[in-house]
Structures are given as structure tokens and as C-alpha cells.
Design a protein around this ligand. Structure first.
Ligand code: ADE
Length: 238
């Protein structure tokens, strides 16, 4: 079971999306545990402040390192655990499927969610947080990013998904985007009266042809819209 500990100034944002669908079921079935630590419980002075102005000037507020340390120390810690500490920030290394697979094998994941302009760099360096970004865009804080990371990670835990075989074929395995999928009706008549059939091969029952068609479609799509992945795939084959 993975123990997830979230350090946040907005505890009411959790479990949020993590309470629903397959991840919510995994939470109920104790396939992972979620502990939310409110940074405001560790604020200083009578205002319980957790942030302050940046030295050197500039806009916004910075999360104080002493507050982060106290919150972290409060998270019950077993030294022997296979654990990682993540600080979610747009200036971190980009999250990908491979990283999610590594996180999914840990015993403990501690996530610091930033708001404000950021976190005092000493907290990140001294307390050994890995800086991770979920994409090249800026959110207002790390709480939604934490839920994105956790949803991607928890679904990889054995027993969480109904069809573990589908993990092998999904987007990003083998650096390929997933092939298009179709279901009933076989012929769909849209509201304008136009008829749209599904690709014939899929209803042929010929498994080898279906497999080849899907691989061709995956390759075609990857080449067209994700040159970066396509190049990686080609390099791996050499
Ligand atoms: N916080 C704000 N933007 C973020 C991003 N892109 N990734 C992770 N954390 C963030």
C-alpha cells in the first residue's frame, strides 16, 4: 500500500477527484492511503502566517522554509520506507509515464503543494524535495497537479484497474500514441443524416489484421502529431 502525504494550504481541495471512479474505489479498498497535512497548522506568530515577501523584491508571497519543515516533521516518518518527496512546480522536471511507473512502486510519496509565488529554495534543497512539473503551463497552485500525478500513479498499482492488460497497449507504452477505438452502433447516423461506418477490419474478426491495422494507426498518428515520441521510438529500434 502506498502512503500518500500531502502538504497543502488548501486541505479542503482533497481528496477532490481522488475520491471518484477507480481511484476512489482504490482509496476505499485501502490500496493507498491519503493523509492531508494543513500547512496553516504550522504557521508562525499569532496570525499563523505560512508565507512572506520575497527577499530582493518582486510580486507575490513565498512559502517559509520553517513552516514547510515543521509540517514535514509532523508527517509520521519511517526511515526504512522506500519514499520520495515531491514539490510540484512549473519549474520542475516534466512528469511522464515512466516516472509515474517509478512512483507507483514506492511505499510513501510526500507531496508539497505550492501556492503563492513559490517556496523558499532552502526548503527544497535542505529537505530534499524533487521538483516536478505536470506540463508546460502555469496553474494557480500544486493541488490539482498533485491529483493529476496521483491519479496517473495509483492506476498503475496492481489491482486498481479492472483490465491490467490494457496498460500494455495504452498511449506512451513503446512511445506510441494509442490507436483509435470504436463501438456500437456499427453505422452511426448523425443529426444531419450523414452515415459513418467503423473501419471494416475491426468487424472482420481477423485478429492478425486488426493488430496490424492498430499498429499502423498508432504509428501514423504519432508521426503526425508527436514527432518527439516518434523519433524516440525510431531510436529505440536501432
Ligand atoms: N503548479 C503550478 N503550475 C504547475 C505545473 N505546471 N506543474 C506542477 N505544479 C504546478
Amino acid at each position: 500500500m502506498i502512503n500518500v502525504k500531502i502538504l497543502t494550504g488548501y486541505p479542503e481541495m482533497f481528496p477532490g477527484g481522488l475520491a471518484h471512479s477507480v481511484i476512489g474505489k482504490a482509496l476505499k479498498e485501502h490500496l493507498f492511503k491519503l493523509e492531508i497535512i494543513n500547512l496553516h497548522d504550522f504557521g508562525i506568530d499569532n496570525r499563523k502566517s505560512v508565507d512572506d515577501e520575497p527577499f530582493g523584491g518582486g510580486p507575490g508571497m513565498i512559502l517559509r522554509p520553517d513552516v514547510v519543515e515543521k509540517a514535514l516533521l509532523s508527517a509520521s516518518n519511517n526511515q526504512n520506507l522506500n519514499s520520495t518527496k515531491i514539490y510540484l512546480t512549473p519549474s520542475g522536471t516534466l512528469l511522464n509515464q515512466e516516472k509515474l511507473g517509478i512512483f507507483a512502486k514506492l511505499d510513501e510519496i510526500i507531496i508539497l503543494c505550492g501556492r503563492f509565488e513559490g517556496v523558499d529554495q532552502r526548503a527544497i534543497d535542505v529537505l530534499d524535495f524533487e521538483e516536478v512539473s505536470i506540463g508546460d503551463y502555469v496553474l494557480a497552485g500544486g493541488e490539482i497537479a498533485a491529483q493529476v500525478l496521483l491519479e496517473g500513479c495509483i492506476r498503475l498499482i496492481p489491482g486498481v484497474l479492472g483490465h491490467p492488460k490494457s496498460l500494455l497497449e495504452e498511449t506512451f507504452s513503446n512511445n506510441l500514441l494509442e490507436y483509435p477505438q470504436y463501438t456500437r452502433p456499427k453505422v452511426w447516423e448523425d443529426s444531419l443524416g450523414n452515415k459513418h461506418d467503423v473501419p471494416e477490419v475491426l468487424t472482420s474478426g481477423h485478429h492478425e489484421n486488426i493488430k496490424k491495422w492498430r499498429l499502423d494507426k498508432s504509428t501514423e498518428k504519432t508521426k503526425k502529431i508527436r514527432q518527439d515520441l516518434y523519433i524516440k521510438k525510431e531510436q529505440k529500434q536501432d
